[in-house]
Design a protein around this ligand. Structure first.
Ligand code: FE2
Ligand code: FE2
Length: 134
């Protein structure tokens, strides 16, 4: 489980709200993984998390383009890599639900979510705040 922590807050409401939802979806998936959920239920959770993540990334990338963020190229590449990783992890979790491999995939997911928010998203949020955009 990933607990929302004050250190994740970036001060840009739309980003913070979506990050909280991402963490909620990741936690729902974690809860299903640790229970006797069926493959279909876990697949639905993986799908919900992947879809929401893709929409969230798209929102950030559009905001970057609209506000002339200097590091948008690198940030967008990180998003693409994270989405590919999420798809891979989703498959691993589906195949390995309730196993150590499945739980390991979940651990990777937690690490990148918190790492990306605290470094790359924080840098972008500072850009928005410093320009008085949001
Ligand atoms: Fe983000
Ligand atoms: Fe991001």
């Amino acid at each position: 489980m990933i607990a929302w922590e004050p250190k994740f807050a970036l001060g840009v409401e739309v980003m913070d709200r979506q990050h909280q939802r991402l963490i909620e979806l990741a936690n729902e998936l974690a809860a299903r993984m640790g229970s006797a959920a069926t493959g279909d239920e876990i697949a639905a959770c993986v799908r919900a998390l992947t879809d929401y993540t893709a929409r969230h990334f798209w929102m950030e990338e559009r905001l970057m383009a609209d506000t002339g963020y200097e590091r948008s190229g690198l940030h967008g590449e990180q998003h693409q890599a994270l989405l590919r990783e999420l798809e891979r992890l989703g498959e691993q979790m589906l195949r390995g639900a309730g196993t150590r491999r499945g739980m390991k995939a979940l651990g990777f997911l937690r690490d990148w979510v918190t790492h990306h928010i605290q470094l790359s998203d924080r840098d972008f949020a500072k850009h928005l705040i410093s320009r008085g955009i949001l």
